[in-house]
Design a protein around this ligand. Structure first.
Ligand SMILES: [Zn+2]
Length: 344
C-alpha cells in the first residue's frame, strides 16, 4: 500500500510500504477515506534532525473498518469511523475522567512507534476505545466537518474549555491556522460575547469573522498586547486560546489575559519554560491545556456538526490525492493552504 514517510526536514515522500494489518486481537484495520495534513506535522517537517528514524505521518482520518481482531466488541466491518489523533483503551482511570490523551495504555498515531493516517490504510490499536463510529455513509456531504473531529475541532474546543470560555465572557484566539479558526467556533459555541482573533492573513481573518470573531488584531508582540488591552478598556480578556505553541505566542497570551482569567494552550510548545511567570502570578491567571482528549469531545460536538450548527470543515481549502502529499506539506508550510485534505 501507499503511505507517507518523513525522512528529514523538508523530505516527505509517498512510498510503497507493507500492507497494514491486524497484530493484536483488539486491533481494527481501517481503510482511509479522508486524511489531513496538520499544523503539528509541520514541526517535524521543519525541524527533524539528521539521524532521527523515519516516521509514517498522519493522525487524522475518517475511514471504513476493513477487519477487526477477535477481541473487538463494538465495531464491525463496514462501519464508518473517525479516529482521534491518540489511541486509548476507553476503560482506564484517565479515560473515565475524559482525559483519553493520558490513557495508561494509549499513545499517538503518526509517530516512530505507530504508523499514521496519511496512507491507504492503518492499524488502530485498542479499537473499541479509540474509534468513534459515525452514523453516516462514507460519502456524506458533512465529511469535511466530521473529519475535523479527529483533531482540529476537538483541539479548538479543548482550548476554549481550558481557557474557561463562558456565556458573556470575552475571549481572544492566538493563531489563525485550522486550530485557531476552530477555536473561534468553539469560543462562540460556548457563549463568548466578544472574540478577538490575532491574525494577519486576510483569507483566514475573513473565515474567522464568519465563524464568530468580532475583532481582529494583526499586530504582534507588545503592540498586539497593547491593542487587545485597548479593545477591552485596559482590562484584557477573560479567556485566551493559545493555538500556536511558540514562546512569543505564550508571552502574548499572558499579556492579554485579564486578572483572574485563563489561558488554554493547545499549540504544541516549542520552548522550555512558560514565560511570564510574574504577571501570571500577580494577575491570578490559570494556565491550562495540553493535547486535547478529542475522543471525549466527539459525542458532544457530533450533534452540532450533523445539524449544521457548526461548519469546521470550512477550514479545508485544498483537497489532494495521496501522491500529492509532499506538495500539501509545502503548501501548508508556506501558508498557501490553511488545511489540506487527503483523499487516498
Ligand atoms: Zn485509558
Amino acid at each position: 500500500m501507499r503511505a507517507t514517510v518523513l525522512y528529514g526536514a523538508g523530505d516527505v515522500r509517498v512510498e510503497n510500504v507493507p500492507d497494514a494489518g491486524l497484530i493484536e486481537p483488539t486491533d481494527a484495520l481501517v481503510a482511509v477515506s479522508r486524511a489531513c495534513i496538520c499544523g503539528s506535522d509541520l514541526w517535524p517537517y521543519k525541524l527533524m534532525k539528521p539521524g532521527e528514524p523515519p516516521r509514517r505521518m498522519g493522525h487524522e482520518a475518517i475511514g471504513v473498518v476493513e477487519a477487526v481482531g477477535s477481541g473487538v466488541r463494538t465495531l464491525k466491518v463496514g462501519d464508518v469511523v473517525v479516529m482521534p489523533f491518540a489511541y486509548s483503551d476507553g476503560t482506564c482511570a484517565f479515560c473515565h475522567e475524559g482525559l483519553h490523551t493520558s490513557c495508561v495504555h494509549g499513545g499517538f498515531f503518526g509517530t516512530v512507534e505507530l504508523p499514521g493516517a496519511q496512507a491507504e490504510a492503518l492499524r488502530i490499536p485498542l479499537a473499541d476505545g479509540t474509534l468513534f463510529a459515525l452514523p453516516v455513509r462514507a460519502d456524506d456531504a458533512l465529511m469535511a466537518s466530521l473529519l475535523t473531529l479527529s483533531d482540529v475541532m476537538g483541539t479548538g474546543h479543548h482550548a476554549a474549555r481550558a481557557a474557561k470560555v463562558g456565556r458573556g465572557k470575552t475571549a481572544a484566539v492566538i493563531g489563525d491556522g485550522a486550530v485557531g479558526l476552530c477555536a473561534v467556533i468553539a469560543a462562540r459555541r460556548l457563549g463568548a460575547e466578544r472574540i478577538t482573533i490575532l491574525a494577519r492573513h486576510p483569507d483566514r481573518i475573513a473565515l474567522a469573522k464568519e465563524f464568530g470573531a468580532t475583532d481582529v488584531v494583526s499586530e504582534r508582540g507588545e503592540s498586539a498586547i497593547e491593542r487587545v488591552r485597548e479593545l477591552t478598556g485596559g482590562l484584557g480578556v477573560h479567556s485566551v486560546l493559545e493555538c500556536v505553541g511558540t514562546e512569543e505566542a505564550m508571552r502574548t497570551a499572558i499579556g492579554i489575559a485579564r486578572a483572574g482569567g485563563a489561558v488554554g494552550r493547545v499549540g504544541v510548545p516549542h520552548y522550555e519554560a512558560i514565560p511570564g511567570s510574574e504577571p501570571a502570578f500577580y494577575n491570578n491567571l490559570t494556565i491550562g491545556g495540553g493535547p486535547a482528549p478529542v475522543r471525549a469531545y466527539m459525542q458532544e460536538l457530533l450533534p452540532d456538526v450533523l445539524e449544521g450548527k457548526i461548519e469546521p470543515g470550512r477550514v479545508f481549502d485544498r483537497v489532494i490525492g495521496l501522491d500529492e502529499v509532499p506538495d500539501g506539506y509545502r503548501a501548508m508550510n508556506e501558508r498557501d493552504a490553511i488545511k489540506v485534505m487527503v483523499k487516498p
